[in-house]
Structures are given as C-alpha cells and as structure tokens.
Design a protein around this ligand. Structure first.
Ligand SMILES: *[C@@H]1O[C@H](CO)[C@@H](O)[C@H](O)[C@H]1NC(C)=O
Length: 159
C-alpha cells in the first residue's frame, strides 16, 4: 500500500506552511482567511502584525473616523486577539452610541445568526449586517472628524 496524499490536502498544507513567510498577505486576506469580512478596518491601513499568539496589531496612517451604520473611531493603532470569526479584547476602536463614544470590546461574526456581525460595546450588543463590512470604509476628512468629536450635540455640522 503506497501512501498517497490527496492533492487538495497537499496544496492546503503547502499553503499553510508558506503562510507565515508570505509578506504580501494583506490585512484583508488575513481577515477573510479567519472568516471575517474584509472591510472591518478603514482604507488607510499602513501595516499590521500578527504574533504567534494571534495578537493582531493594525497600524493606520492616522486615526480615522468612518461610517458604517453609525460612526466608528479607530485609533492610530488598533489591537485585538484574532480568532476564527472574531476579534476579541479589542483596543483602539470606539463606536458612537447616543452621542457617546463607547469602546468596542469585541466583534463576532455569524453570531447569533448567519450574516450578522455583533459588536460588543460593554453596556450593549449591537448587530449589523455583515454585508456592511465587505469593503474597507474611507476615513472622513480630518476637519469633519475633529468637529464631530468636539461637538457632543452632534447634529449641526454646518460651517
Ligand atoms: C488576548 O491574548 C493574550 C495573549 O494570548 C491573552 O493573554 C489575553 O487574555 C487575550 N485577551 C482576550 C480578551 O481574550
């Protein structure tokens, strides 16, 4: 009996072994490979690191406010533990709820139901459609961002 490894298994194994050496893997590829939508982080990601314990550190060109359903604020460096379908122990990400900026503690996909992304903001859970996160959002211009952060009332943004 000869040992015959099925080709798909061989290819997957080869890919798996090569993965840590690949420098061209983008953050979006990484997120997809972990069952997460590609557009969780904004479009100004400069670099990222993933250590052996799956601690993910994402560096942005600058802090960034982006709009999904509500507004999210990304610090210049965002860290999280990456697991399949989730980012837990998040640091550097906040979400606006009722004019307050609340830190997002974790993001879980397909929980409690498929196609849903759940944001755990400590005091509450928020569910959104995963489809909102397929494409990295653009950062708002700096002046708009500062104005929105400084003015807690938030409704009147005319100059
Ligand atoms: C994140 O990972 C670190 C190192 O593996 C661990 O010590 C820490 O408890 C984790 N945090 C969460 C919230 O899972």
């Amino acid at each position: 009996m000869s040992l015959k490894i099925p080709t798909p298994v061989f290819i997957l194994t080869a890919l798996f072994l090569l993965f840590p050496l690949t420098t061209t893997t983008t953050l979006q590829d990484l997120l997809r490979s972990r069952g997460l939508p590609a557009g969780i982080f904004p479009d100004n990601v400069k670099s990222y690191q993933l250590d052996r314990e799956d601690r993910l550190e994402v560096h942005l060109e600058s802090s960034c406010m982006a709009e999904f359903d509500g507004r999210m604020y990304f610090d210049r460096v965002v860290t999280a533990n990456l697991s399949y379908g989730g980012l837990v122990g998040l640091e550097g990400l906040s979400q606006e709820e009722l004019f307050l900026w609340l830190p997002v503690k974790c993001i879980i996909v397909n929980d409690p139901s498929p196609g849903v992304i759940l944001f755990d903001i400590g005091v509450a859970h928020k569910q959104l459609s995963v489809s909102l996160f397929e494409v990295p959002p653009s950062c708002m211009p700096q002046e708009v961002m500062l104005e929105k952060l400084e003015r807690k009332e938030g409704f009147d943004f005319q100059k």
